[in-house]
Design a protein around this ligand. Structure first.
Ligand SMILES: Nc1ncnc2c1ncn2[C@@H]1O[C@H](COP(=O)(O)OP(=O)(O)OP(=O)(O)O)[C@@H](O)[C@H]1O
Length: 602
């Protein structure tokens, strides 16, 4: 997308990627954890043992208190103290084992989820990413994955062990005297009510907060992508205001979430004091009536006070589990948005990658219409066919739809009506792995990745040898200037590296294309950056790359298109003329005038 457009699109008007509903999210979790259910059961068993060890403290203290009240000798204290020491010694390995087991259950799944989501994101249709803004995608594969990891590593472990501690304490209370348990349970309705209120209040806040974060990232990325335009047109203030609005909206949700959590913990304190008050009341009645010992009453009070932390931990963990659930739903939304027919692209050279063939596939558009987003059609009823090494050129004025046709033919976008096919199969049904090496699109915007020149060329075929990389550079005539760089092919380019002029970046893109060796090439102004000096060099390189393959050429310099087998003239999204250079010149129409204007000296 044009950066100016991306910066101009208001985040509020974006259609973000879908978010999975609760049912779909739970189903995904169940499927993911099913193969690990034995490990999960072992982890739970260790956590139960760990929680049971945590109960030993209050029990031992109760026994000590009772021994003192009864005036028994020091020997009566030795047993409880030894028990306390044993629980402390066993507690450490139990905690270690539960952490290790939990990591074994959870971490591989989180890692796989991240890989799946990144893979799906790379296979998403361009339209879908453009509609949502890449910021939304970035915030999902970074922020959301982080939240799920945090919850799974820390929050979930805390949640499970604290929940088990609560259960074990309640059992402990009941085993002292059922009336202690009953008194303690008085807090439960209040806690349940508070929790229900909190879940209802916080869930939408977290979900909206994550969406707002996506908007904020989109606004930031949009502003950065359009930086040169923003500077040139002095749009800084407007961009700043846009980012500020998106940030304020996101911060607003963060405040709201904190406010809700604070209220929640305040209400919980009330519940705790109601429970403790009830236990102390019951204790005093039972001790006075002789139904319970002072030691048992002390243990009961300590049990209940000991519940405060786990209850806070459970409910606090709800917080991170809730945030993780919102994140997980957004991640699964990405998985679901990827077309089933478009598996994750396999790197070239891997066994799943399409085998290289010297075949000549037929790439065709048939009566294709296309429009961006919800906008009107900008391409109408376009048909063209590239077979067996044929070269088709598209010419026309700015905005007539040439680039759009190029992206339709390369399978980056799908026509609204009509078809785009490879050997008769709709491109939408051809997996990226099968398209890789068959059809390649090179546009005017050449992205240089941070890395060496060789690494940038090798992206086309990671298994290519140094000699093959050198041969590709040689074939397109780039060896001379590449060798003159500070470190030759090892010179670092891209972000933070040696600066290359746009024409040189295009030259490298042509070398990359040569190494990729696709059957059909779609060149969209791929040599447009050449100044008068390097224009000829780029034209020669393009001629070398195109030799023996089918091609669609979009170019402003008509010298590049004059040799094509068929030339299409586009006006306002329609093909208005079609034929060879000679026949179109002879026809005296738009092409003849364009040629006339272009070839006029000066
Ligand atoms: N990402 C986009 N979102 C919305 N509209 C777009 C987008 N890209 C192009 N358009 C519109 O579609 C129409 C065709 O544009 P396209 O870029 O295909 O024309 P073109 O002939 O390649 O122009 P140029 O020679 O300037 O590259 C234009 O009206 C343009 O404004």
């Amino acid at each position: 997308m044009n950066p100016t457009e991306s910066a101009a699109a208001s985040p509020a008007t974006r259609r973000l990627l879908p978010v999975a509903d609760g049912r779909r999210t739970r189903a995904h979790l169940r499927t993911a954890l099913r193969p690990r259910r034995l490990l999960l059961a072992a982890t739970t068993a260790v956590m139960v043992a760990e929680s049971a060890l945590g109960l030993v403290g209050p029990i031992a203290i109760g026994w000590v208190t009772q021994a003192i009240v009864d005036g028994r000798g020091t020997s009566a204290v030795i047993g409880p103290v030894a028990l306390l020491a044993a629980a402390a010694v066993l507690g450490a390995p139990a905690t270690w084992a539960s952490n290790v087991l939990l990591a074994r259950v959870v971490l591989p799944e989180v890692a796989r989820l991240r890989e799946d989501v990144v893979g799906s994101a790379l296979a998403l249709p361009v339209d879908t990413v453009e509609a949502g803004g890449s910021g939304d995608l970035v915030s999902r594969v970074s922020g959301d994955v982080e939240r799920v990891t945090e919850a799974a590593q820390g929050g979930l472990a805390g949640f499970v062990s604290a929940a088990l501690a609560i259960l074990a304490t309640l059992v402990g209370l009941a085993s002292l005297d059922w009336r202690f348990a009953l008194a303690g349970l008085l807090a439960v309705p209040l806690q349940a009510y508070t929790l229900r209120w909190y879940l209802r209040a916080s869930r939408p806040v977290y979900a909206a907060g994550r969406t707002a974060e996506g908007h904020r990232t989109s606004a930031l990325l949009g502003a950065f992508a359009a930086l040169p335009t923003v500077r040139a047109l002095r749009l800084g203030g407007r961009q700043y205001a846009r980012v500020q609005d998106a940030s304020l909206a996101a911060a607003g949700y963060e405040f709201e979430a904190t406010r809700t959590a604070t209220r929640f913990f305040g209400r919980l304190n009330v519940a705790e004091f109601v429970g403790l008050g009830a236990i102390l009341l019951v204790a005093s009645v039972l001790v006075r009536s002789g139904s319970a010992s002072v030691g048992a009453a002390t243990t009961a009070a300590l049990f209940f006070v000991g519940l405060f932390d786990p209850i806070n931990a459970v409910l606090g963990a709800f917080d991170s589990v809730q945030q993780a659930a919102a994140g997980l739903a957004r991640l699964i939304g990405v998985l679901d948005a990827t077309p089933a027919s478009a598996p994750v692209p396999a790197p070239a050279g891997s066994p799943e990658a399409a085998p290289r063939t010297a075949r000549q596939p037929v790439l065709a558009l048939d009566r294709a219409d296309f429009g961006y987003g919800d906008g009107p059609d900008v391409v109408h009823d376009v048909s063209l066919r590239i077979a067996a090494g044929q070269h088709v050129a598209v010419v026309g004025t700015t905005g007539s739809g040439k680039s759009t046709v190029a992206t339709l033919l390369a399978g980056l976008r799908a026509p609204r009506r009509g078809t785009a096919t490879l050997d008769g199969v709709p491109l939408a049904d051809v997996s990226p792995a099968a398209l890789h090496g068959t059809v390649a699109l090179v546009t005017q915007e050449t992205h240089l990745f941070a890395g060496s020149v060789a690494a940038n060329i090798r992206l086309a075929r990671p298994e290519a040898t140094d000699a093959q990389v050198a041969a590709a550079l040689d074939a397109v005539g780039a060896t001379g200037w590449v060798e003159a760089l500070p470190d030759g092919v090892d010179t670092l380019i891209g972000a933070g590296g040696h600066h290359l002029a746009p024409g040189r970046a295009q030259h490298l893109a042509l070398a990359r294309l040569f190494l990729l060796d696709p059957d059909v090439v779609v060149l969209d102004e791929a040599t447009a950056e050449g100044g008068s000096d390097s224009a000829r060099l780029l034209d020669t390189a393009a001629t070398t790359v195109l030799r023996g393959r089918g091609a669609l050429l979009v170019a402003h310099r008509l010298s590049q298109t004059a040799g094509a087998d068929t030339i299409l003239v586009m006006e306002e999204g329609r093909v208005t003329e079609r034929g060879s250079h000679q026949s179109l010149r002879a026809a005296g129409g738009t092409y003849a005038s364009l040629w006339e204007a272009w070839s006029r000296p000066g």
